[in-house]
Design a protein around this ligand. Structure first.
Ligand code: ASP
Ligand code: MG
Length: 252
């Protein structure tokens, strides 16, 4: 990001740290069934505590107390929502969307601090305000035309790094909705389309491109080397042939 930012304007879309969303899904599920999910919540807190401690050890000037306070605030909110779910014996979709998106919210807070301590100006993009999402609370899709018009109305500051939480958008009432599991790649593609980006790079923590979906084709293997152009060509034959993508170029 820092290198690219010297050449061109960069916007960064973040997902939750690994395992966090799965833990949040488990938390909602356990609480809805009347089970005590405090252990699951502790695991999520542990992931962020570890992450913040790592940032602080690498960047002593980083304001970790601010991040910890933000984390406490988010988890206090989740605890209150868990009490409500316990009383109801079920979790309404709007509450579920809010809980499941906490991983992204905290990712953004951590990256914001990290970029700030490294001297970068950061501008947050609120996907709930700018990405108009249509569908239910848990699996909406983005209305690109309306969202693009909203982005065009926002003046862009070229010297800043833009940061946006993935996985979320806002419905016509301005309520937070989810774009479906693994939706952050989609968020990035939507953002790229809305700002007519020259390129959209997806970085995923997997071993690489595979020749096929290994759940379907047992003989699928990871491709050793793949140029950007080849990857694009493969994508043009249909995303299904490549699974799961490390760099998934999206033409905008
Ligand atoms: N964190 C969300 C999920 O696990 C979105 C994503 O990873 O793209 O589904
Ligand atoms: Mg993810």
């Amino acid at each position: 990001v820092v290198n690219n930012q010297q050449q061109a304007q960069v916007a960064l879309v973040l997902s939750a740290p690994a395992k966090v969303t799965n833990h949040l899904v488990a938390l909602v599920e356990q609480t809805s069934r009347g089970l005590d999910a405090s252990e699951t919540l502790a695991q999520i807190e542990g992931i962020f505590t570890h992450l913040i401690a790592g940032l602080k050890s690498k960047y002593p000037a980083l304001d970790d107390s601010k991040l910890k306070a933000r984390m406490e605030l988010e988890f206090a909110g989740v605890r209150r929502q868990m009490q409500g779910i316990t009383l109801l014996g079920q979790c309404p979709d709007n509450i579920q969307a809010q809980i499941l998106s906490r991983g992204e919210a905290l990712s953004i807070a951590c990256m914001h601090e990290l970029l700030s301590v490294r001297g970068h100006e950061v501008v947050l993009i609120d996907p709930v305000k700018l990405l108009l999402a249509e569908g239910g609370f848990l699996e909406s899709h983005v209305n690109i035309d309306v969202s693009r018009a909203r982005f065009q109305a926002e003046p862009l500051k070229t010297e800043a790094v833009y940061l946006m939480a993935g996985f979320t958008g806002g419905n016509e009432k301005g309520e937070l909705v989810l774009l479906g599991r693994n939706g952050s790649d989609y968020s990035a593609a939507c953002l790229a389309a809305c700002v007519s980006a020259e390129c959209c790079e997806i970085w995923t923590d997997v071993d690489g491109f595979m020749t096929a979906d290994p759940r379907v084709i047992k003989s699928a293997y990871t491709i050793n080397e793949l140029s950007y152009i080849e990857a694009m060509e493969l994508c043009n034959f249909g995303a299904k042939v490549i699974y799961p993508p490390t760099i998934y170029p999206v033409c905008v």
